[in-house]
Design a protein around this ligand. Structure first.
Ligand SMILES: CC(C)(COP(=O)(O)OP(=O)(O)OC[C@H]1O[C@@H](n2cnc3c(N)ncnc32)[C@H](O)[C@@H]1OP(=O)(O)O)[C@@H](O)C(=O)NCCC(=O)NCCS
Length: 208
């Protein structure tokens, strides 16, 4: 949870979900950034493009990255690293209904949405999204800048590399390794290792 007033980057669907969580937790939201002036459904003020963040002291605020993704995307990584280099901190956002073992390690800026379960000895690296109703079972290790889309199940001891997208409603069986920059299509059943930089989908999932 944010310890300082927050600036939200983005104003789309993912940002909407995050804003809802932040407001329910009584976080102070200074405003949001977006490429052009936009209305916000919660009445959060528009601050300007992302450059406006530079005018805030990095000790006084935290950032929340509100851009989602529907496939492998380096945009979230780029923005995260750009502001980390300038000394800013990204707040974790964790919905109050998320069940998270105290024996987990969650990196900076990790977002864990409503109805998720994250079990013991799971490691989730920086800037990764565990989206609504996902289940991350014991000993899973998930890399940086990943998106585990809504309703996904990772069984025990699954590893996922950086920048990987696991599509909505997928299931991965135990001990499987999924590489970096992998796109798993929605509704897939992953039974075997999937190598780096690949796309796979279906039941069972096949690389394409
Ligand atoms: C896998 C995916 C990226 C493919 O997208 P695409 O490359 O644009 O592919 P297309 O939609 O053109 O479909 C190509 C073929 O693959 C099939 N296909 C696409 N996605 C599929 C999936 N997840 N499972 C099974 N078949 C799939 C299509 O039916 C189509 O088959 P056809 O040629 O026999 O008609 C996309 O369908 C997907 O699942 N994206 C993930 C979405 C997601 O997780 N969103 C989260 C939002 S929070």
């Amino acid at each position: 949870m944010a310890n300082k007033p927050v600036i939200l980057i983005g104003n789309g669907g993912h940002a909407t979900v995050l804003t809802d969580i932040l407001l329910q937790q009584n976080c102070s939201i200074i405003g949001f950034t977006a490429p052009s002036i936009q209305e916000n459904r919660f009445g959060i003020p528009y601050l300007g493009t992302d450059d406006v963040i530079d005018s805030y002291n990095s000790d006084d605020i935290e950032l929340v990255l509100g851009l989602g993704s529907i496939a492998v995307s380096k945009v979230r990584e780029k923005i995260f690293l750009q502001f980390k280099e300038k000394g800013y901190t990204f707040s974790q956002v964790i919905h109050q209904s998320a069940v998270i073992s105290p024996y987990c390690m969650l990196g900076e800026g990790v977002q864990v949405m409503a109805g998720t379960v994250t079990e013991a000895f799971v490691e989730i690296a920086d800037n990764t999204i565990i989206n609504t109703s996902s289940s991350i079972n014991h000993d899973c290790r998930i890399g940086k800048h990943c998106h585990i889309a809504p309703g996904t199940t990772l069984s025990g001891n699954v590893t996922v590399g950086d920048l990987t997208h696991i599509g909505t409603g997928s299931t991965v069986i135990q001990n499987v390794q999924i590489g970096s920059q992998v796109l798993i299509g929605a509704g897939s059943l992953v039974l075997r290792t999937i190598g780096d930089n690949s796309k796979a989908f279906g039941v069972p999932a096949k690389e394409v």
